[in-house]
Design a protein around this ligand. Structure first.
Ligand code: CA
Length: 224
């Protein structure tokens, strides 16, 4: 789950970014409306947390631009508690509205609610390769009748490999899609995680589904 926060106050941005990262989300930050809009066009976000008072292009302007071609969930942040602002935000297509100052747990609860809502609308398609099944809506994995417990990262990794089943994924692609890092030197994070994932979903079973292409990457597919 990838979240963008557009907020010019460094302390608030850092507080929110850190909290959400610790809660398992991938979080990008933009300090101006223009940068935020730019990022939102470069990258698909599950949620955008958008401050109203921003330099140059304000939150309303950003929201208007976003709504021209995207239905990404948007939560507005504002210090102004006027009802008129709230109505304006909802009219422009904001999905939620949070007043500053707020406590992080309140923000997190709202984020979860919004993401659950969009998940129900957009995804919960069960993925299946051979007898391996992944249910993103319920966060469950099965091999045949056997339920497999996965960590959040293992789940994200398996989800990626199953979504792109049959397609070779390089270590750097995997890193950027699952870990949000672009450092080549960290690719052994992928190796370690693939090893752990294999131990859970492949090694106890007869037909292996995750295959290594030496020097290239990994592919998940059924091979006879
Ligand atoms: Ca601000």
């Amino acid at each position: 789950m990838r979240i963008l926060i557009v907020e010019d106050e460094p302390k608030i941005a850092e507080y929110v970014q850190q909290g959400l990262t610790e809660s398992g989300y991938i979080v990008d930050h933009a300090a101006t409306g223009v940068d935020g809009l730019h990022l939102s066009q470069q990258q698909a976000y599950d949620l955008i947390i958008l401050d109203v008072n921003l330099p140059e292009l304000d939150g309303w302007g950003v929201l208007e631009h976003i709504r021209r071609n995207s239905s990404t969930r948007v939560m507005m942040l504002t210090a102004r508690g006027r009802l008129a602002d709230k109505i304006k935000g909802l009219d422009l297509g904001a999905d939620d509205y949070l007043l500053k100052p707020f406590e992080f747990p309140e923000l997190l609860a709202r984020v979860r609610t919004l993401l659950r809502r969009s998940e129900q609308v957009l995804t919960p398609e069960v993925l299946k390769v051979a007898d391996l099944e992944l249910d993103p809506g319920r966060h469950r994995a099965f091999r045949g009748a056997q339920r497999i417990d996965l960590t959040t990262k293992e789940f994200a990794l398996l989800h990626l490999l199953m979504r792109r089943s049959g397609e070779v994924m390089s270590r750097t692609q995997i890193i950027s899609l699952v870990w949000d890092m672009n450092f080549e030197c960290d690719t052994n994070v992928v190796e370690v995680s693939i090893r752990r994932l294999r131990a859970k979903i492949d090694e106890p079973f007869d037909n292996r589904l995750i295959h290594t292409l030496r020097g290239v990457g990994y592919v998940l597919e059924e091979r006879q």
